[in-house]
Design a protein around this ligand. Sequence first.
Ligand code: FBP
Ligand code: MG
Ligand code: MG
Length: 344
Amino acid sequence: MKILPYQPDQSGLAYSVGTTLDRFIKLKQSDFPFASGELSQLLRDIALASKIVNRETNRAGLSNIGGAFGQTNVQGEEQQKLDVIANIRFIRALSKGGEVCAIVSEEEDAVIDLQNKSGKYVVAIDPLDGSSNIDVNISIGTIFSIYRRKTPIGSPIQEEDIMQPGTEQVASGYVLYGSSTMLVYTTGFGVNGFTYEHSLGEFFLSHPSIQAPKNGTIYSINEGTQEEWNSGIKEYIDACKSANFSARYIGSLVADFHRNLLKGGIYLYPATQKNPNGKLRLMYEANALAFIAEQAGAIATDGTKRILEIQPTSLHQRTPLFIGSEIMVTEAVEHLKKHQFSIK
Ligand SMILES: O=P(O)(O)OC[C@H]1O[C@](O)(COP(=O)(O)O)[C@@H](O)[C@@H]1O
Ligand SMILES: [Mg+2]
Ligand SMILES: [Mg+2]
């Protein structure tokens, strides 16, 4: 009888491509000496909700869940039905999971206190990113940031539990509902990407230890706002054009960020007259992607400092965002600095 020793993959990694998200979370728990499994469970809850939202996005055209919801959110933006559905699905999964005490959501004016006496985590979430692309079948996403509360578990939620700078994140990530559905996250020990296998209902590791190229040739900015750019931005984008870089702008932050993370590139949403503080929200868009970017060797700034060092002062505050390959973002900031005192 012939017996052959099993040849596991030679990567030497405890986990390899094809590892399920569940197993990966379990294996990575050893990164945290005092881990008690709550963060792992929270990540699983987010993965579960994203599977449900993925199903809804896939069939948005078939059912009556496309289109506007008929209300505006605290940002004054018209909510899409899928914004509301995704918001409900994530809040429900996070409250049922039992690990979360409070939620900050793009679709909710105020902090949601889950009245959970044992929850130690605070989640800030953009349930559906790229809302303007929902009805036209273009990639959209979900963005999330996770913090540990500062005040004792079980005590009333305080401002200090919520208004934490991005440096305090214990985990962050995004889900991309695109040609394939991916979940990409970090717990401060590198960035890993998982692809959803619909027929098995499982996320599988497909992009281990993502590292962003230090430089790139892709720039992502809404050129429709160029009349409102300051001369530093204009000068940088002109330099990109003279270098024959490629302009790529999907209009879904998650999708633009993801492409540039893998291929090398820069996403810019500067301050404009219409949005004097930029458009993207610090607590549930910029902070989460900035943590991912830095963990993947890229950078994220508001033009003057690291996004992660910005002290939040209001739930839905906006920030200019320059995020992507280190050399490109550094160059863009140099152009900005050169013109920082010019009005236009
Ligand atoms: O239409 P604009 O001004 O270019 O803005 C597009 C940006 O706004 C957003 O749609 C804002 O996010 P939401 O869709 O979650 O509100 C980003 O995804 C995107 O990058
Ligand atoms: Mg968004
Ligand atoms: Mg949104």
